[in-house]
Ligand binder design. Structure first.
Ligand code: GNR
Ligand code: NI
Length: 174
């Protein structure tokens, strides 16, 4: 297992649409292992493959707290079948938008169809933070980030901060 570098905005990679996985084989399982290790190290509660530069429809999530037993969830080719009509709002963050947080409103429940770590088809209904997280990760597969839901002004303020931060990091390296 390897900890990979997480791509951050602005980066055109994060805006591309990820491709469906044909078969859950050992190479996909190895990708999921690396994603999970990268997510734990960050630390974060979810990660989409595109965040480590791999444009495949693969997501990992673990909502367990530090003092709780790990509970990794793997979703290959996740599809939302139904969404609730009622919304819930959570303060979201994103490992690809470091240090920035905002309240985002999304359907509070969703039913998802996906392939698990073994490649078996599963359907399950999520609510609460898990529903939010799944929708946040599926957005990544479409090249969408949570800041896209904010007003133009809020988004441009965040983008400005991120570019400044990136430039200062580049100066350190050079
Ligand atoms: O670590 C993360 N926390 C989080 C909090 C609220 C809503 C979504 C998330 S996902 C995020 C990790 C990440 O960027 N996944 O793509
Ligand atoms: Ni994210």
């Amino acid at each position: 297992m390897t900890i990979k570098k997480i791509l951050t905005e602005p980066n055109p990679f994060l805006r591309q649409k990820s491709k469906k996985v044909d078969l859950v084989d050992d190479s996909i399982r190895s990708l999921m292992d690396d994603m999970l290790e990268t997510m734990y190290a960050a630390p974060g509660i979810g990660l989409a493959a595109i965040q480590i530069g791999v444009p495949k429809r693969v997501i990992v999530i673990d909502l367990a707290r530090e003092n709780e037993k790990k509970n990794p969830l793997y979703f290959v080719n996740p599809e939302i079948i139904t969404n609730s009509k009622t919304d819930a709002s959570y303060e979201e963050g994103c490992l690809s938008v470091p240090g920035q947080f905002a309240e985002i409103s999304r359907p509070d429940k969703c039913k998802v169809k996906f392939l698990n770590y073994q490649g078996e088809e599963k359907i399950f209904e999520a609510d609460g933070l898990l529903a939010t997280c799944i929708q946040h990760e599926i957005d990544h597969l479409e090249g969408i980030l949570f800041i896209d839901y904010l007003s133009k002004l809020k988004k441009s303020m965040i983008m400005k901060k991120l570019s400044k931060h990136k430039k200062s990091l580049e100066r350190v390296i050079v």
